[in-house]
Design a binder for this molecule. Structure first.
Ligand SMILES: Nc1ncnc2c1ncn2[C@@H]1O[C@H](COP(=O)(O)OP(=O)(O)OP(=O)(O)O)[C@@H](O)[C@H]1O
Length: 332
């Protein structure tokens, strides 16, 4: 179901948690709300869920104005970072909860729960209690519970926030597959740009209660609208005041590395002197950690293994760098 938020405003005292926010979330998409702490992500999600009232603005779900409809009647599944499972209930009963209160027939409940536990990879865990699950398994149980009532919309507020990096990564991949399978319109709140790039097909970047940009991960990464989006989504280096991506930096032994190049924007940063501080081999790519000769600032360039071995870089070497590509936003 399409979700539209139109001109949403929410203030806490003088503070604008949402400042005239409008967003369309297409049916079946997995949209990430991404932004730093306090940017308004959870406030926007809670407004979509109906858990908080907006001061002004409208929320439409599939064209219906639900702005004043209670959360229970919005057909929404919700999962928070710290999911509160019913400790005294088994996994099966936790997942069945929403169906039971809707008084669905017993065999239907059992079939649905078994199917969902299969989908979330918890088949065989039916009779365990939440305390007997790992953190990642508990979050998957929470997702199964949210999906049990066939919500029109699934809202996830940092659902993997409390878990360690490896488990987060596994769950991200899993959520992506689940979403491809179930195709429920999903909105995920995260402050982790890697998570957003990894899992979402659309990302809305929030900053200070406003939406800076909405687009596909590739759009935001390659064609950011402004410096905030550029810096928030991916690493940047500052060369002569211009923001560039580390893989758009060329490293050479001599200053003439800029000559004879047809690459656009090459002149924007000019050629800078830098000192190699460390060379880190990351597999296919090599990260060259550098110190800007003019400003003393640290930055890094990401180059191929082939280029690195051709250059034969050592710590302490003096090199020259320049950008091969500068997004328009970096110059604005
Ligand atoms: N009930 C409240 N009373 C007062 N201020 C609030 C309340 N809820 C949220 N805020 C403020 O509104 C702003 C936005 O909060 P919100 O939770 O939406 O941010 P967020 O982007 O989700 O941040 P985080 O990633 O830290 O959860 C914050 O500055 C927060 O302090």
């Amino acid at each position: 179901m399409t979700i539209s938020v139109i001109d949403a405003n929410k203030r806490y005292g003088d503070f604008a948690a949402l400042d005239n926010v409008s967003i369309d979330i297409p049916v079946g998409s997995l949209t990430a709300l991404l932004g730093p702490s306090g940017s308004g992500k959870s406030t926007l999600l809670r407004a979509i869920a109906g858990l908080d009232q907006l001061d002004s603005g409208t929320v439409l779900i599939n064209g219906d104005d639900v702005t004043r409809v209670s959360p229970q009647r919005r057909d929404i599944g919700f999962v928070f970072q710290h999911y509160a499972a019913f400790k005294h209930m088994t996994v099966r009963d936790n997942v069945a909860f929403g169906l039971k209160i809707r008084k669905r027939p017993k065999d239907e409940v059992k079939a649905k729960v078994d199917e969902l536990l299969e989908v979330v990879g918890l088949a065989g865990f039916q009779t365990r209690y939440p305390a007997q699950l790992s953190g990642g398994q508990r979050q998957r149980m929470a997702l199964a519970r949210a999906l049990a009532v066939d919500p029109k919309v699934l809202l996830l507020d940092e659902p993997f926030g409390a878990l360690d990096a490896k488990v987060r990564e596994d769950l991200r991949a899993w959520l992506r597959r689940l979403h491809d399978e179930v195709q429920v319109t999903t909105v995920l709140v995260t402050h982790d740009q890697q998570e957003a790039l990894d899992v979402a097909d659309r990302i809305a970047v929030l900053n200070k209660g406003r939406i800076e940009q909405i687009g596909s991960p590739a759009d935001l990464y390659d064609r950011p609208d402004n410096k905030f989006v550029m810096s928030f989504l991916g690493s940047v280096a500052k060369l002569n005041g211009v923001l560039v991506r580390p893989h758009d930096i060329r490293v050479g032994r001599t200053p003439d590395l800029a000559l004879g190049s047809a690459e656009p924007n090459a002149a924007e940063t000019g050629v800078l002197k830098a000192t190699v501080k460390r060379v880190v081999y990351l597999g296919f790519e090599v990260r060259v950690e550098l110190e800007n000769g003019a400003t003393g600032e640290d930055f890094h360039a990401q180059i191929t293994r082939g280029d690195a071995s051709a250059l034969g870089l050592n710590d302490g070497d003096e090199v020259y760098v320049r950008a091969t590509r500068v997004p328009d936003a970096a110059l604005a």
